[in-house]
Design a protein around this ligand. Structure first.
Ligand SMILES: *Cc1c(COP(=O)(O)O)cnc(C)c1O
Length: 411
C-alpha cells in the first residue's frame, strides 16, 4: 500500500520535533510485519517499544476493539463499567490477589500514581504531611517523562532544562543491597525499581537482590514498588518479571504491552495500602474505559489461549543460545548479552544508533537502549523462524560494520 501524502513535509511543518525521526513512514502491520509508504516490508522487533505484544492487527484484538467500539466506548470513571471490573479482577489474580487496581493511560501516569501513593504512605507512617516522603530509586532507571517519572530518572538527557524537579528522590545502585540500605532513612516512604531496566540498557535485577530488597522493605516499613511497564505482561515468559524471584511487591506499575497497542496504564496496590487512595484522592478521565479494557482483556486471553508465555520461554532460550554463538564469532563486537525472554539487550562495541539504522535499511526494526545497546523486543508471538531471520540480518550488519572499521583502521 503506497500513499501520496508528503508525510515528511507535514511532519516538518506541523509535528513537534521532540523525536529524532528516521526517514520512514509505516502504513500497515500484520503480525511481525510492517510496511512503509513505499511498500517495503520489515520484520518488527520493536513492536511499538514492547507494546504490540500480540503483533500487529491480531484478529482477536481487532475483533475485541471493533465489537466494543460498536457497543460502548466510554462512560468516565463517575460510573462503573463491566470491562474495567473484569480486567481489574484478572490483574489482581496475576499479582497474587489481595490488592486493588487503578487504571490510567500510560506508563508515566501509572508511575505518577504510585509516587503519590508513596507520599500518602509516608504521611500515614509519620502522622505528618511532608515529613516522610523520600523514594529510593535505582541509578540508570527510567520511569517516564512526567515530573514525577522524570525526577525518578537520573539522566541528564531527560532532566536537563526542567529544574526544579520533584523533591525527595534518592538513588542507589541496582543489585547492590547495601547501597539501598544506606539510602533508606527515617524520611523514606518507598523503594521504586524496574525488575529489568529497559531504556537504561537492559539491566536485570538479580533474584538475590529482589529477595533482599523485599526483606529490607519489610524491615524498614517502606513500600516496595516495581515498575513492570516494559518487562511485564508476559514479556519475560512469566506475567511479571519479578515472579522469577518468588517475591511480590506492594505496588506494581504496568502499561506498554498490556493493551497490545492501545494506550493503557495500570497500578496494582496491595489491599493494606490501597485504602490510602480514598474517594477523590486521585483520578483520570480516560483510565479504564470499556474500549481499552476490552483490548487488554483480549490481550490477556490471547496470551493464555495461544500459550505465549511458553512460547517466550522456549524461544527466549533459543535466541539467547544463538546470540551467544554470534558473540563467540564476533567477541570484539558483541560485548554482552543481557535480559530475559523477549526483552534482550545486546551491548556492542559500536554506536547503537548506527547499528539500528543499518538494520532498518536491511528491513529489521529494533530500538536502541542507550548509546551502545541494541534491543530485541519482538511481539510475544515471535517464532523461532522470526528469530532466525532477525539474527541473519543482524549478522550481516555486524560483518558490514566490522569490515568498515577494518577499512578505516588501515586507511
Ligand atoms: C516506557 C516506560 C515508562 C513510561 O511509559 P509511557 O507510557 O511512555 O509514559 C515507564 N517505565 C518504564 C520501565 C518504561 O519502559
Amino acid at each position: 500500500m503506497t500513499t501520496n501524502i508528503d508525510t515528511e513535509q507535514l511532519y516538518k511543518d506541523n509535528v513537534l520535533g521532540n523525536y529524532g525521526l528516521p526517514p520512514v513512514t509505516f502504513v500497515r502491520g500484520r503480525g511481525l510485519r510492517l510496511w512503509d509508504d513505499a511498500g517495503k516490508e520489515y520484520l518488527d522487533f520493536c513492536a511499538g517499544i514492547a507494546v504490540a505484544s500480540l503483533g500487529h492487527c491480531h484478529p482477536k484484538l481487532v475483533t475485541a476493539i471493533q465489537e466494543q467500539a460498536a457497543e460502548l466506548l466510554c462512560v468516565s470513571n463517575l460510573y462503573r463499567n463491566e470491562n474495567q471490573a473484569k480486567l481489574a479482577a484478572k490483574l489482581n489474580e496475576k499479582a497474587g490477589g489481595g490488592g486493588k487496581v487503578f487504571f490510567c493511560n500510560s506508563g508515566a501516569e501509572a508511575n505518577e500514581a504510585l509516587i503519590k501513593l508513596a507520599r500518602l504512605h509516608g504521611r500515614k507512617l509519620s502522622g505528618q504531611e511532608g515529613k516522610r516522603f523520600k523514594i529510593v530509586c535505582a541509578e540508570n532507571a527510567f520511569h517516564g517523562r512526567t515530573f514525577g517519572g522524570m525526577s525518578a530518572t537520573p539522566k541528564a538527557k531527560i532532566q536537563e532544562g526542567f529544574a526544579p524537579l520533584v523533591d525527595g528522590f534518592e538513588f542507589a545502585a541496582l543489585n547492590d543491597l547495601a547501597s539501598f540500605e544506606a539510602a533508606i532513612d527515617d524520611q523514606t516512604a518507598a523503594v521504586f525499581i524496574e525488575t529489568i531496566q529497559g531504556e537504561g540498557g537492559i539491566f536485570p535485577a538479580t533474584t538475590e537482590f529482589l529477595q533482599g530488597l523485599r526483606a529490607l522493605c519489610d524491615e524498614k516499613g517502606v513500600l516496595l514498588m516495581i515498575d513492570e511497564v516494559q518487562c511485564g505482561a508476559g514479556r519475560t515468559g512469566s506475567f511479571f518479571a519479578f515472579e522469577k524471584a518468588g517475591i511480590y511487591p506492594d505496588v506494581i506499575g504496568m502499561a506498554k504491552g498490556l493493551g497490545g497497542g492501545v494506550p493503557i496504564g495500570a497500578v496494582w496496590i496491595r489491599d493494606e495500602y490501597a485504602e490510602l487512595f480514598g474517594p477523590g484522592s486521585h483520578g483520570t478521565t480516560f483510565g479504564g474505559t470499556p474500549l481499552i479494557c476490552a483490548a487488554a482483556l483480549a490481550v490477556l486471553d490471547t496470551i493464555e489461549e495461544e500459550k505465549l508465555m511458553e512460547n517466550v520461554q522456549r524461544n527466549g532460550a533459543y535466541v539467547l543460545q544463538k546470540l551467544q554463538d554470534l558473540q563467540s564469532e564476533f567477541p570484539d563486537y558483541i560485548l554482552e548479552i543481557r535480559g530475559s525472554g523477549y526483552m534482550i539487550g545486546i551491548q556492542i562495541a559500536d554506536s547503537s544508533f548506527e547499528m539500528v539504522t543499518l538494520l532498518r535499511e536491511n528491513a529489521l526494526i529494533v530500538p536502541p537502549a542507550g548509546p551502545d545497546v541494541v534491543r530485541f523486543l519482538p511481539p510475544l508471538t515471535a517464532t523461532q523462524a522470526d528469530f532466525d531471520e532477525a539474527l541473519d540480518i543482524f549478522k550481516t550488519a555486524i560483518k558490514a560494520r566490522v569490515a568498515l572499521r577494518q577499512e578505516n583502521a588501515t586507511a
